[in-house]
Design a protein around this ligand. Sequence first.
Ligand SMILES: Nc1ncnc2c1ncn2[C@@H]1O[C@H](COP(=O)(O)OP(=O)(O)OP(=O)(O)O)[C@@H](O)[C@H]1O
Length: 185
Amino acid sequence: MQYFVVIGREGPQIEEILDELLRSLLQLVPYHFGQAGFNSRPAAEDCLNILKAQLPSPSVNTDEDLDRYPNSSTHWEESGEAPLPMPLSPSTTPSPSPCLPTVLSATVDIAPENQNQAPRADLIELSEEQNQVLETVKAGGNVFFTGPAGTGKSLLLREIIEALRSMRKRVAVTASTGIAGMRRH
Ligand SMILES: Nc1ncnc2c1ncn2[C@@H]1O[C@H](COP(=O)(O)OP(=O)(O)OP(=O)(O)O)[C@@H](O)[C@H]1O
């Protein structure tokens, strides 16, 4: 099990699984944050305690902070250095914590209109099967894909639409039932 200490809108907290991490990303946006991965919960808790002692209250965040991270973009980068905690306010940016040894640092900025949506596909790596469908469609093939609930059909569809639009193709989305038809908007 991998534990992550994520510094976000609610302050530092431990996230246990990738899904939780992705959910937090949606709450964090458009904040800049740092996160570190640990193989044991005690190590993550130690880090959490150090960070809580170091960081000012998240309530000091200002609109100015949000303005510093405009637009919709996501960058993940491997870093050999301690990731920088989220600058909670410009004047009180803490120094990197000694408990954050490595790993990932990220800036996630999602435009306000996208903030209530499901996790963005660009935060998710498509499975082999999803990729196969996507590539077939991009190559001009016809596909029928189905699967049990929650297996990633909608996410894949969003990816397909985005990919085709970025290829400057015209995309029409239809649905065979009234409710699905309303939801496709
Ligand atoms: N490759 C993936 N990696 C990680 N998470 C994924 C992946 N594909 C989909 N998900 C996540 O799984 C969840 C379910 O995906 P989605 O809603 O696309 O499934 P679905 O098959 O359309 O479900 P339903 O049939 O119930 O509508 C979503 O939270 C989605 O972000």
